[in-house]
Design a protein around this ligand. Structure first.
Ligand code: HEM
Length: 464
């Protein structure tokens, strides 16, 4: 009886005919002039993380560093009406007065040192969020003035780095860590969170779980780099390598899902929603509340001030771009988008990229501009369809798990009363005016995330 080999069998047979070293030699993966992630400040071992913790700012800028340390000792969320928070109100006011009376320090001297620029962004953006979210609520309609002493240097540093002048995923995750043991390199086990707003385990855990995703993602970046450097994607040796890497990629995506599944054990939903998230809010999410005006900055209203979101995680964007997931619904793929899918902001992922460091955004643009996407190669190469679909299925499952997490941590919490330890009066219910619970980026949460999940599903190759 003739048995038709499955695509996976075909790949396995191809593997045995070539050992990987021979394949890589044949493909000349390290040829000059190829795609070099380091050119985009992407490290071969730590990915979008800098390989070392960021250095502290020099003594000339000690007032910034000192203010960030002090903020963590004396500032409370404005909504927190606990005895302890009220007792510290005066100190908080002194802290904000001091910021308003600072001179405008220039950060031009850091321009030749990307790590100092990143540190300056982190320090100023954290101070900005401590400042805005600790001011006791007046519920006036006047816009909130951000003092020029933070606004001017934050915008200058952000322009240098090509990143939004507000707290971002980079400030809370990529740059916000120290090594537990400085003798050992960066790893999930060897980092601890540097700054938190709420001093809660939940907040640190949110940053470290996000860091775990980023660090696991480095293995994906290595696969992407290898693909980008293939001289000819249709050569037999290339096809073997791509197939093998797709199988490895599906495994990595499943491991990422396992990391997401650890969230429930580490992050408390009430603490997350009531004591951490309010600190991350940017100016765009205030609904009827006034926005922020950056004193001394021309055209302040045009700044990107959405605040941090794990939607700014560059590894997740890299994976989407590599697989050619069509979040913008630009291509006619099946099944057709539902009416609800169409209501989601289709430019969301692109907007999130404006909150990434410019070099990382350039990296992503380069990955997205590959002349022949891996999806296209898989579409026209029968033995690659199944491995490609395996990765897409794994990513769709990851997004299903993520949606359940977002529902538990945001949608469900938005209808509940705040827990006593938050110090927030029970009357305070954080819910957007239209009744949709919103993410930090200001989007109706489930509509957006389901549209992303469905866009992922639509990348499946149907005849595979
Ligand atoms: C308690 C944990 C989490 C919650 C409640 C949560 C919630 C959300 C929400 C509400 C959004 C919509 C965007 C926004 O407006 O901010 C979002 C988007 C996103 N989040 Fe999370 N998230 C969590 C953990 C993570 C982690 C650990 C990662 C990985 C780094 C991640 C990656 C993403 C990505 C890539 C998006 C963009 C949409 C998509 O790719 O589907 N999230 N998340």
């Amino acid at each position: 009886m003739n048995v038709i080999p499955s695509p996976l069998h075909m790949l396995q047979r191809a593997h045995s005919a070539f050992d990987m070293k021979t394949i890589e030699r044949a493909l000349n993966l390290t040829r000059p002039g190829g795609f070099v992630p380091q050119h985009y400040d992407v490290d071969p071992h730590t990915g979008f993380f800098p390989p070392q913790p960021l250095p502290r700012l020099p003594a000339t800028h000690a007032i910034w560093e000192d203010a960030l340390l002090k903020a963590q000792k004396c500032l409370f969320l404005a909504e927190n009406q606990s005895e302890q928070a009220l007792a510290m109100r005066q100190q908080g006011e002194c802290w904000r007065d001091a910021i308003r009376s600072w001179p405008v320090l220039s950060a031009v001297s850091f321009n030749s040192d990307i790590r100092l620029l990143q540190r300056a962004h982190l320090v100023l953006a954290w101070i900005l969020h401590f400042y805005t979210h600790s001011i006791p609520r007046t519920y006036s309609n006047a816009p909130l003035l951000i003092p020029r002493s933070i606004a001017i240097p934050l915008v200058a540093v952000s322009r240098e780095l090509g990143i939004a002048p507000v707290l971002t995923f980079a400030d809370t995750v990529l740059w916000n860590w120290d090594l537990v043991d400085p003798e050992h390199p960066l790893s999930v086990e060897n980092i601890r969170t540097q700054n938190t707003f709420s001093h809660t385990e939940t907040e640190s855990a949110f940053y470290t779980v996000s860091a775990a995703v980023e660090l696991k993602g480095v293995e994906m970046l290595q696969i992407i780099e290898a693909y980008m450097n293939l001289p000819n994607v249709t050569e037999r040796a290339s096809v073997v390598k791509i197939g093998r890497d797709l199988i490895a990629l599906a495994k990595i995506v499943k491991e990422l899902t396992e990391i997401f599944n650890t969230i429930r054990g580490k992050i408390d939903p009430e603490t997350f929603y009531w004591m951490c998230r309010p600190w991350w809010e940017g100016a765009e999410v205030k609904g009827s509340q006034p926005g922020w005006i950056y004193e001394g900055v021309a055209n302040s209203a045009s700044l990107d001030l959405g605040g941090p979101s794990a939607g700014q995680s560059s590894v997740m964007h890299a994976l989407d771009l590599f697989l050619d997931i069509d979040h913008k619904l630009a291509q006619k793929r099946q099944p057709a988008p539902t009416e609800t899918n169409k209501k989601a902001e289709q430019g969301f992922m692109e907007r999130m990229r404006r909150y990434m460091p410019g070099k990382h955004r350039e990296y992503l643009a380069r990955v997205g501009a590959v002349p022949c996407s891996v999806r296209e190669v898989a579409r026209t190469t029968p033995c690659l369809q199944e491995p490609y679909n395996e990765v897409v299925a794994a990513l769709k499952h990851l997004r299903d798990v993520h949606i359940r997490i977002a529902c538990l941590y945001i949608v469900n919490q938005s209808t509940k009363a705040p827990p006593p330890e938050s110090g927030v009066p029970a009357s305070e219910v954080r819910k957007a005016a239209d009744g949709h619970a919103r993410g930090t980026g200001g989007n109706p949460t489930t509509v957006l995330l389901k549209a992303g999940r469905d866009a992922t599903h639509r990348a499946m190759l149907m005849d595979g």
